[in-house]
Write a protein that binds this ligand. Sequence first.
Ligand code: ADP
Ligand code: MG
Length: 247
Amino acid sequence: MFLTVRELKKSFGGIHALQGVSFKLDAAEIKCIIGPNGCGKSTLFNILTGVLAPDSGTAHLDGTQISGLPAHRVSRLGIGRKFQVPGVLSDLTVMEHMEIALAARDTDGLLLRTLGWRGGRAAILKQLETAGLTDYAGQIASQLPHGIKQRLEILMLVARGARLLLLDEPTAGMTAAETQATIDLIRRINKETGMAILVIEHDMAFVRNLSCPLIVMMRGQVIREGSYDEVRADPQVRAAYLGDHHA
Ligand code: ADP
Ligand code: MG
């Protein structure tokens, strides 16, 4: 099993944010985590990225325990996280941001020595094409439209060589067209790189269109796993989360 999460618990004072969360993710698998505000989704990602240590329970990536490790070590093991809000992109071009991400992956210089600088550029251009960003290669990243920034950040994580992508509400604030482009990008990255991907998402249209197994969280627990249709038909999920207006 690629990612194994066992009985994670985390409290903040009297708030039991996680009350024994367990699930698994295969290599090259995509799963979507849904659940109401405050149910512990971001806390889970904070533990998986080493931002927080759990009170108890474990998380293993490819056999290595990652829970309790500091964030820089988890990042080096290949977990890349995309936050809900775009990070600060600088006044460098899209191409230059990608070059920096590629160089960051390549701490021993082996990749760029093998590929050469032109090879590195070609690899980046191919990734930009995958994301529909070719036309933006020469543009200043800080001035890009919101949806394009979000996609660039995902691509930078790929260029850095992540093996597991954690995306926290990647389509927040996007138009329907941008949301669909992000779904296409997630699928293509998964298919072309075999990267495993966990997505937290609120937008049920996104969840339906991504069409992957779902993990439903409520009050710090996983209450259901299954396909979109299975989850939607579950009375407990309907009552607790979806509500009849989503039916
Ligand atoms: P979600 O991402 O599902 O909306 P969170 O994981 O952000 O939920 O939060 C779960 C609960 O834990 C909430 O009640 C939240 O207020 C609380 N919480 C999260 N992080 C902290 C923190 N660093 N300090 C105190 N309380 C926190
Ligand atoms: Mg959150």
